[in-house]
Every structure is written in structure tokens, then in C-alpha cells.
Design a protein. Structure first.
Length: 311
């Protein structure tokens, strides 16, 4: 069977919608808010070759199909129907698709349910239905609606918990482990300024994700914090973070191998148990100290945010 323009269109649409915005599980929410769901207008393509132009009729039937599908979703109190034109981030889940008329009596419908936050296709199917009248369209809508709502229900627990309050995260100042041939005595002024930039950029990246509520670490007076040796304190940062009111702690280390080679590492612990919930290491990277910030923010984005570390 030849690849249809409908399938290509929907797959491209899935790629646009499933951008980088990962999903993670959160615990402790008393009452989960309804999940925002957007049902985008389906496309319609007629490749049947029929002589009679039925554009107006098809649009009317497609409009009725979309209105009924949205009404089915909106009828569930667990969902909050979001208009397709709403700003990005309003809808946690999107339903997209299209219909193609193949011949006088055969139509295809391609439907996908996308978890935008997790950048993941939850459900995708190509349907075939016979007929091109109001009754045939209504039967198709009821069948598609039932399967779409089943896909939404399966994703509901994860999506609801992900919409809960963000994790309180104490991001401590990044530390420098200088293994170059001639390490300086103490932390040089230029290194201190560069590390401050690294910490700021990582904090900004995490705050912008919406997953974390950054906890101020300025009040931490413990010796390893002041000396910037948290990497060597055997997990003491977790208890320090808990004392600051955080749920989790994050420490990061720049390891300078030479003046043009470095690695970046980070570790996240649960503040209550001290257990490591996420860690990452960049491996050897090339670049002078001006590239540290970019490398650290990239690593955190790839490993912590994209992987969806759980509490």
C-alpha cells in the first residue's frame, strides 16, 4: 500500500508537537488538577478522484466530527479542554490527526495522542472506515473517540502527577577540581567568576523548566559549602538542603584536565533519604573556561530534564 500524504502530514505534525519538554513523576499531591488536553483540527485530503467537488460537505462533516470529539473529551472531569490556539504549555496532551478519502467508499483516519511534556507519542493508529455520509462519519467518530479516551485514561496518572507542585531544589555553587599540570593555589578570581556563571546558567535552565522551585542556598553555613568541597563530604549536601527546606539537592563539579580540556559532573540527592536520584557526567570535552557554562547547562538539560528524574 502506497504511503499517503495523510500519513506524511500527521507524522510531520507529531514531530513538531513533540518538542523537548520532558515529563517526570512527582509524589504527594493531595488532589491532582485536571490535565489540559487540546484536540487540534484534523486535516482532510480527498484523493479519490471523484468528479463532484464535495469540499463544502466534507468540511461540514469534519467540523461536526471535531466538535463531537471535543465534547466527548470535555465531558470527562479529569480533563480540561484547551483550545488549539492556546499558548504553548497550556495543553499537557495533544490529539492530532487527519482524514484522507481514498475512494468513493473508503476513507483513512490517522490519529495520534501526544504527551507534549514527555515528548512521547502515547497512541497512534491508522483507521479505515467505509462510507462518506453523516452516518459513516458518526460511527467513525464514536470508535475513534472511544480509543482516544482510553489512551488519555492510560496516561492520566503520570500526567496528573507531573502537573503537581514543582520540586524544591537546592542548587549549590559549582565546584572546581583542577587536575591540570599546574593547578593554582586556591580558587583564582577568574575561575571563581566563571564558576559563578556556570551556577547561574544551570539554575536558570532548571527554573525555566517549571519542574523545579529553586531554594536559596545563601543561608547555608556548613564548612563544605563555604570551602566548596561538597563533592568530598559523602552526601552531606542532602541534609544541608533539607535544612534549607528543599526536597532535593544538586551539586556540580567542573574537572579541569588541562587548559583546553574539562569534564562536567552533577549529582542530585533526595534531601530526606540522601539517596542519589540522578547523576550525569559529560565525559571529556574540549574548550577553555568560557565553555564551562554551556557544557554544564547542556548536560543538565540532557540528563536531568530530558530523562525526567523522579523523586
Amino acid at each position: 500500500m502506497r504511503q499517503s500524504r495523510l500519513v506524511v502530514h500527521v507524522i510531520a505534525l507529531i514531530g513538531l508537537l513533540a518538542g523537548p519538554c520532558p515529563l517526570r513523576a512527582e509524589t504527594g499531591a493531595a488532589v491532582a488538577p485536571p490535565v489540559g488536553v487540546s484536540v487540534d483540527d484534523f486535516s482532510y485530503v480527498d484523493t479519490s478522484g471523484e468528479v463532484i467537488d464535495q469540499t463544502t460537505i466534507h468540511q461540514k462533516r469534519l467540523d461536526a466530527f471535531m466538535a463531537a470529539l471535543r465534547a466527548d473529551v470535555a465531558a470527562e472531569p479529569r480533563y480540561r479542554l484547551v483550545p488549539p490556539a492556546a499558548p504553548a504549555g497550556e495543553a499537557r496532551i495533544k490529539v492530532v490527526g487527519g482524514v484522507q478519502k481514498m475512494s468513493t467508499l473508503v476513507q483513512w483516519a490517522k490519529v495520534a495522542v501526544i504527551d507534549v511534556g514527555a515528548s512521547r507519542v502515547l497512541y497512534e493508529k491508522l483507521y479505515t472506515f467505509r462510507g462518506d455520509n453523516d452516518e459513516a462519519w458518526n460511527r467513525a467518530r464514536m470508535f475513534v473517540s472511544r480509543e482516544v479516551r482510553a489512551a488519555l485514561a492510560a496516561a492520566l496518572p503520570t500526567a496528573q502527577t507531573a502537573a503537581a507542585a514543582p520540586i524544591g531544589l537546592a542548587v549549590f555553587e559549582f565546584e572546581l577540581e583542577d587536575n591540570s599540570a599546574a593547578p593554582s593555589s586556591g580558587l583564582a578570581g577568574s575561575d571563581a567568576a566563571t564558576l559563578a556563571d556556570v551556577t547561574r546558567d544551570v539554575r536558570d535552565r532548571l527554573a525555566q523548566s517549571g519542574r523545579y522551585r529553586l531554594v536559596d542556598t545563601a543561608g547555608a553555613m556548613a564548612a563544605p559549602v563555604k570551602a566548596r568541597t561538597l563533592r568530598d563530604c559523602d552526601g552531606c549536601e542532602a541534609a544541608i538542603a533539607q535544612g534549607l527546606g528543599a526536597d532535593q539537592s544538586l551539586i556540580g563539579v567542573i574537572r579541569r584536565v588541562s587548559r583546553t580540556e574539562y569534564t562536567v559532573g552533577f549529582q542530585v540527592r533526595d534531601a530526606r533519604s540522601g539517596a542519589v536520584v540522578s547523576r550525569g557526567d559529560s565525559g571529556l570535552r574540549m574548550g577553555a573556561d568560557y565553555s564551562w557554562s554551556r557544557g554544564a547547562a547542556h548536560l543538565v538539560g540532557d540528563r536531568l530534564l530530558a530523562d525526567g528524574a523522579q523523586q
